[in-house]
Design a binder for this molecule. Structure first.
Ligand code: SF4
Length: 413
């Protein structure tokens, strides 16, 4: 069976059934059921060294051996870590575990994109997507179960919000994908880039995300260069500054409109942190890191933000940014054709309008790419991720009511 070319179903007809059917299995793996064992996926290099020294009474370098077993060889059973002595293995069994997310559903698109539905606890599941391309393979990773921000063009936003993911649950997505791909860090690797662009606003889960990104970039983890790990934010201004202080990753900003009135409608967070404040934070981020750039994501919605006047506004904003940081091409624009989902009021811009929009920006000397839609046949395209969220807000229920009113309940179920 060619896994690239066909959907792999793990004996379940649909995602909701899958989650329910696995609940009893997951119950056995909950933290309560395994007492106080530490999940080693939660620990970056320094914390793992501390754990070895302070909890196990071992030399710090032993942590390096275990990291290689986990992240390079995908081994989770301490009994198989053959270069560790018997006594150490017994101590690890007593105090630790390596617990990966449960793969509930594993789907391959006809274009090579791969999506995993991963169980995080008995009630919640998130999605991660791998997108292979010429010479690179990018994993889109989730940071929260659902999202509190409610961007109007995003399927995740309609699901409401449950909780932040732990470091283990974030790096666990990378581990599942890397193991599936047979990724060999530092050699001919298939997973070359990670984007924190899946479900959730990563800067609202700052500590866990930063710790997971440090494992992604660690040679004992996945060995990715700073510029190959990208965090995408809807514009959490104070946390952009903190990210600049604590991490060196690439930054992407979900912009989608170049004026406050429209952006506040599409991205409600804009009411709190308007464009001027957002651009000033982006400026500070770039100035901390010479030669870095920021990618501004712009989802193209028919008749909403895709007209020539919008392109001209965007070009002005991007030029101001380049001038402010005194660097050519500090601002890059990624145009994303809108990916529809059941119940949305938006439509994708026409190919013609997207090309005309891009030309206006290119003529203004703004580096502008159009992102190809990938994984649309398995709902894995940008803005389509939804997982399974036990919503703690009213949003999911409200959205379902709206769908019912439209007679589209089946499509949303
Ligand atoms: S676009 Fe990102 S920040 Fe906005 S609702 Fe979707 S997941 Fe949340």
């Amino acid at each position: 069976m060619n896994t690239r070319d066909k959907t792999i179903e793990i004996a379940f007809a649909d995602e909701a059934t899958a989650v329910a059917a696995r609940e009893s299995d997951q119950d056995a793996k909950l933290p309560n059921a395994i007492g106080s064992k530490k999940n080693l996926f939660d620990l970056d290099r320094v914390r793992l060294e501390d754990f070895f020294e302070q909890v196990l009474g071992e030399k710090r370098y032993r942590a390096h051996q275990v990291m290689k077993w986990i992240h390079h060889r995908y081994v989770t059973d301490f009994g198989e870590m053959t270069d560790l002595g018997k006594t150490l293995r017994a101590k690890l069994e007593l105090h630790a575990e390596v617990r990966a997310p449960i793969v509930i559903l594993d789907q391959a698109s006809t274009d090579g994109t791969h999506k995993w539905l991963l169980g995080m606890d008995p009630k919640n599941a998130i999605e991660a997507v791998f997108i292979p391309d010429k010479g690179r393979g990018t994993l889109c990773v989730s940071s929260q179960v659902g999202c509190a921000l409610n961007c109007q063009f995003c399927s995740t936003g309609t699901q409401g919000f449950n909780r932040n993911l732990t470091t283990a649950e974030i790096i666990g997505q990378v581990w599942v994908a890397a193991r599936h791909l047979g990724n060999v860090p530092h050699q001919r690797r298939k997973l070359t880039n990670v984007v924190m662009m899946g479900m959730g606003e990563p800067l609202m889960n700052f500590d866990n995300v930063v710790r997971a990104m440090s494992i992604m970039r660690d040679d004992l983890g996945y060995g990715l260069a700073n510029k190959r790990v990208t965090l995408s934010t809807a514009g959490m201004v104070p946390m952009i500054d903190r990210l600049g202080e604590e991490s060196d990753v690439s930054l992407a900003v979900s912009l989608h409109a170049a004026n406050d009135e429209l952006r506040s409608e599409l991205v409600p967070l804009n009411k709190k942190y308007p464009i001027e404040e957002l651009m000033a934070a982006c400026q500070r981020y770039v100035q901390r890191k010479p030669r870095s750039s920021i990618t501004f994501e712009y989802t193209m919605m028919k008749g909403v933000n895709d007209q020539p006047q919008h392109a001209r506004q965007l070009a002005r904003l991007m030029r101001q940014f380049d001038n402010a940081v005194q660097m050519k091409d500090a601002a890059k624009v990624n145009l994303i054709p809108f990916n529809p989902f059941p119940g949305t009021r938006f439509e994708r811009s026409t190919e013609e309008d997207i090309r005309a929009f891009q030309k206006l920006l290119l003529d203004a000397r703004i580096l502008t790419m159009v992102r190809r839609t990938r994984g649309g046949d398995i709902d894995a395209a940008c803005g389509q991720l939804k997982g399974q969220v036990m919503d703690r807000t009213r949003r999911q229920a409200d959205f379902r009511k709206k769908l019912q009113a439209q007679g589209a309940t089946d499509a949303a179920a």
